[in-house]
Design a protein around this ligand. Structure first.
Ligand code: COA
Length: 260
């Protein structure tokens, strides 16, 4: 694949997607969002890919937000289209992928950058990371799901404070808030994400995709998450992975799952 704004590689069943516009602190312009959509879609459909890791290029930023220069002159109609298209192509898209996605937050994750990290299934961060939703300082609000996912992850009061102050929190505070699961040095960030990916890979990809769907159902309006859990639990019984997983346990051997 020929990408201009991202790097894409698959090694040892891990797809690594690196947003690669370091001179603009990896800000998400339209072209980058489109390329990210294609990369995530390709990785999700690839049977060899068990985990996706997304990170930013350089030592300073994961993503410093949506590209302000692209939308500064937009009117109301273009503004809502920007949010709608972005959510469809990237943020909701990533959240609903069947393959687990880990955000490795290696520096600033602001605005659309934090929104991308929050759309991922979970996050790890380097100790220099800074996170926030500074949109109100620009006269706008978060438009890529930030007003919804931040309260889901850290609670309404903390989210409201961050949004209305346009403030930033450091990695340790993000860890205390539960916004990121682990904090490590910048050098150890990708190795840590890969180590977690290694643990994921031992398990059934088929069951994992159903688990993601069931957990996500808890956060969808009008959806009964318990009903989805019952349905997906039942569906597992019809899969080869279930037969292999339970048989391997009873035979006291390691399961060899057929895969996606
Ligand atoms: N959109 C477009 N360009 C951006 C950007 C964004 N969200 N964030 C950073 N950049 C660009 C800068 O314009 C600058 O480009 P230039 O060298 O061509 O002028 C380059 O990235 C480096 O950024 P700079 O501001 O010089 O770095 P800094 O270390 O002084 O500050 C930040 C870092 C993250 C504090 C600062 O870049 C910033 O506040 N960015 C915007 C964050 C934001 O509001 N995001 C939400 C957008 S909705």
């Amino acid at each position: 694949m020929d990408f201009q704004n991202i790097l894409f590689q698959v090694n040892n069943s891990i797809a690594q997607i690196t947003i690669n516009r370091p001179s603009k602190l990896n800000a998400l312009n339209k072209a980058t969002i489109q390329e990210l959509h294609e990369a995530f879609d390709t990785a999700d459909k690839d049977k060899a890919v068990k985990v996706i890791i997304v990170t930013g290029s350089g030592e300073k930023a994961f993503v410093a937000g949506a590209d302000i220069s692209e939308f500064a002159h937009f009117d109301v109609e273009n503004g809502s289209k920007l949010a709608q298209k972005g959510q469809e192509l990237l943020f909701d898209f990533v959240e609903n992928l069947s393959t687990p996605v880990i955000a490795a937050v290696n520096g600033f994750a602001l605005g659309g950058g934090l929104e991308l990290a929050m759309a991922c299934h979970f996050r790890v961060a380097s100790d220099n990371a800074k996170m926030g939703l500074p949109e109100t300082s620009l006269g706008v609000i978060p438009g890529y799901g930030g007003t919804q996912r931040l309260p889901q992850l850290i609670g309404k009061g903390r989210a409201m404070e961050l949004v209305v102050t346009a403030g930033m929190i450091d990695a340790q505070t993000a860890l205390n808030y539960g916004l990121v699961n682990h904090v490590t040095t910048q050098d150890d960030l990708l190795p840590l994400a890969e180590k977690i990916a290694g643990k994921i890979m031992r398990n059934s990809s088929v069951a994992i995709s159903k688990a993601i769907k069931a957990v996500n159902a808890n956060f969808k309006d009008g959806v009964d998450g318990f009903a989805i859990e019952i349905e997906e639990f039942g569906n597992c019984f019809g899969t080869e992975d279930f037969t292999e997983g339970t048989t391997a346990f009873l035979e006291k051997r390691k399961a060899d799952f057929p895969g996606k």
